[in-house]
Design a protein around this ligand. Structure first.
Ligand code: G16
Length: 502
């Protein structure tokens, strides 16, 4: 590898704007698309080093997910389809921020620290969302990969979960599934169709779903996979990208934070509806009841439904396994109480970011994790998978049916997972700085019944997020407003619409 030549190539074609500093945040780098060319090139280089070190395929996803259309971003996917290891996130930040003349030194430092064998082959797979800037930016990633001698496969337009799946399949010799979009559709649809056949519900209302695709990749991919599901599900797509702007007045983030349906979707009472986000790795469900009231089934409720269903099936087959639920500080207090007190399921709280929840969920036989915003999945340990497979073969009648359902559920889950003046502790539930902020929040919380509030700097946008819950919508809104004012006074005024919970 001629690092000198790489550095020259970088300054000629992918030069870093002087002084621009970015951080590998909650889900990789995110900012305005026009600032990202050098970051993409360098993440191509980094993916090659990580691939050489792990002797595995590494994934690179070009997306800014729920952020506005003008933004873009990039995240690296580790060999088992997981988020990049924390020590490599630090390398990513160093490499992205190195001035051109320092790049060679940073590449050598990373290679030495991580004992990368530079003679090892490297393979990188790349996916991108539908943003206008994504195609060009993914070419810059490819440039970085090839200039360092890596091989690559460009999947083009993909959802983020699909890219995680491809990486996992390629590194497990095809045992998990075929590393193609058809392989993905076949695996998921087979499990889903079997599961719906086994489920006791019947009738068309259970088989139809209105889907808000946030004007993003979800629409394209759902169209491709529709016929695979035709026996089990009929979908009607809205905000499919033909007119509207990505994530604008639609998508999971809009529905969750405004607690109302997206624009562009008519809902009749009791119709089943859901929303994706821009790269289709979040989902929230909702419906209007007969009185026209809006009901949201967000990540907290999804986790509760999934864990109750799994518990029922396990009781049926006579297995008592260790199920745990992982949430973040955004989880509504009532959902945590319900899980712990009624369902007797232990609940753990981690920092925001799928990577933190995923890690914790791996400690259980079955770990169900969901962020309130609709990111999540369920993880099954290999021992549990084996036990369930055996039960499905050996048990009889009702028990066998329950075990078969569990087997299909395992296949259905794709298991793979300035504002900085505010710093936090205790899974981001308490502010450490600026001084006085936490005390102010504590005082405000005392004024309302069953209330809770916290603030944290976002890791994907240049905002401070404010969360508040109380025993009524009105109190939650008041509390959120007062906490925002405290942030404004004590931290210097950069906030976003508070997220109320009640
Ligand atoms: C990303 C992460 C999520 C996180 C969200 C918001 O989602 O993958 O785990 O909840 O950002 O993070 P923050 O509050 O730090 O901005 P996405 O859908 O944008 O990739």
């Amino acid at each position: 590898m001629d690092l000198g030549a790489i550095t020259k190539y970088s300054s000629a074609l992918h030069a870093k704007p002087n002084g621009l500093i970015l951080q590998y945040g909650t889900a990789g780098f995110r900012t305005k698309a026009e600032h990202l060319d050098h970051v993409m090139f360098r993440m191509g280089l980094l993916a090659v080093l990580r691939s050489k070190q792990t002797k595995s395929t590494i994934g690179v996803m070009v997306t800014a997910s729920h952020n506005p259309e003008e933004d873009n971003g990039v995240k690296l996917v580790d060999p088992l389809g997981e988020m990049l290891a924390p020590s490599w996130e630090e390398h990513a930040t160093c490499l992205a921020n190195a001035e051109e003349q320092d790049m060679q030194r940073v590449l050598i430092d990373i290679s030495e620290k991580e004992a990368v064998n530079l003679q090892q082959d490297a393979f990188v797979v790349i996916g991108r969302d539908t943003r206008p800037s994504s195609e060009k930016l993914s070419q810059s990633v490819i440039d970085g990969v090839t200039v360092l001698g890596g091989q690559f496969h460009d999947y083009g337009l993909l959802t983020t979960p699909q890219l995680h799946y491809m990486v996992y399949c390629r590194n497990t010799g095809g045992r998990y599934g075929k590393a193609t979009v058809e392989g993905y559709y076949q695996k998921l649809s087979k499990a889903f169709v079997e599961l719906t056949k086994q489920a006791s519900c019947s009738g068309d209302e259970y088989r139809s779903l209105k889907v808000d695709c946030a004007n993003g990749i979800g629409a394209l991919k759902l169209r491709e996979m529709e016929h695979y599901f035709s026996q089990g599900l009929s979908v009607q797509l809205f905000n499919d990208g033909s007119k509207g702007k990505l994530n604008h007045l639609c998508g999971a983030d809009f529905v969750k934070s405004h607690q109302k349906p997206p624009q562009g979707m008519e809902i009749k009472s009791n119709e089943r509806c859901c929303s994706f986000d821009g790269d289709a790795d979040r989902i929230v469900y909702y419906y209007h009841d007969a009185d026209g009231h809006f009901h949201l089934i967000d990540g907290d409720k999804i986790a509760t439904l999934i864990s109750s269903f799994l518990k029922e099936l396990l009781v049926e087959i006579g297995e008592s396994l260790n199920i745990g639920v992982v949430q973040t500080a955004y989880a509504n207090g009532s959902s945590t109480r319900y899980l712990e007190e009624v369902m007797k399921v232990p609940v753990y709280c981690t920092k925001t970011g799928v990577k933190h929840l995923h890690h914790k969920a791996q400690e259980f036989d079955i770990g169900v994790y969901f962020e309130a915003n609709g990111h999540g999945t369920a993880l099954f340990s290999t021992t549990v998978e084996r036990k369930i497979k055996q039960s499905a073969e050996q048990l009889e009648d009702k028990k066998r049916k329950a075990a078969k359902m569990l087997e299909n559920i395992i296949d259905l889950f794709n298991q793979v997972a300035d504002r900085r003046v505010i710093s936090t502790t205790n899974a981001e539930r308490q502010a450490v700085t600026p001084p006085g902020l936490q005390e102010a929040i504590n005082d405000l919380v005392k004024k309302y019944k069953l209330s809770r509030a916290f603030v944290r700097p976002s890791g994907t946008e240049d905002v401070v997020r404010v969360y508040a819950e109380a025993d009524s919508q009105e109190s939650a809104d008041h509390l959120a407003h007062e906490v925002s004012l405290a942030v404004f006074q004590l931290a210097g005024g950069i906030g976003e619409r508070p997220q109320p919970g009640f």
